[in-house]
Design a protein around this ligand. Sequence first.
Ligand code: KIV
Length: 283
Amino acid sequence: MAKKKSRLDFINMKKNGEKLTWVTAYDFPMASFAEAAEIDMILVGDSLGMVTLGYQGTIPVTMEDCISHCRAVRRGAPNTFVMGDMPFGSYQVSDEEAVRNAVRFLKEADMDSIKLEGGVRVKSRIKAIADAGILVCGHIGLTPQSSGTLGGFKAQGLDPDSARLVIEDALAVQEAGAFAILVEAIPPELSAFLAKKLTIPVYGIGGGQCDGQVLICGDMMGMFQAFTPKFVKVYANVGETITSAFKEYVEDVRSGKFPGDEHCYHVRKGFEEEYAAMLKEFE
Ligand code: KIV
């Protein structure tokens, strides 16, 4: 079994040009599959709102949802670095509230770190949480929790003015004391620039080549079918596999093919006649 990685491993991986592998998981089975595959890091993303809770976006996700799913993931992946994602509303109000909620991820769900969205505008939040001794990962570029203000789920940094804002956000996140930064949906030129410029690791989703990659398990496994962003590579069609298995089950039950004799518990040997006689008594 691979050893659980730490912040120092992530820094060394960046120095050595070793790419970090990272996926989301929201429950025990997915987390245990990720750990069995020796994935370096798991994110219990607030994407759980869309992928597992059936919301249209991430805004309705609560701290209670996150803590509950983080606990399940920790049980499934006890030897993997796991990051909890701070949901909308858990860090917007004040630095104090942000620290209080970040602490909950560690104390109540045994997380190794937390992630929050934003750059310049959440600099004081990142600093306050990092100063409390908690590993913080920034998240800039396309930030789904503020997709409303971005005009939708839109790639960022596509022109020089927009790219300048992304760079300013990245510098603010590093300066505030984050141990890593996630860039979402920005051009590969910009991710590569940031990975070279920053001393902390820069991981991407829809950011081209940088220090590592994250994908949402529902997207890559074909389990989230509402839409598939351009940056997703689909590695399996688990949704189709499950639907066709359910269909086969429905046919089997309706036709009497299931359960078969091999799925039944049989009367204890030597009691068959007595058993039949007892049933007869009740006819
Ligand atoms: O919530 C999430 O899954 C994310 C992804 C962009 C990785 O933040």
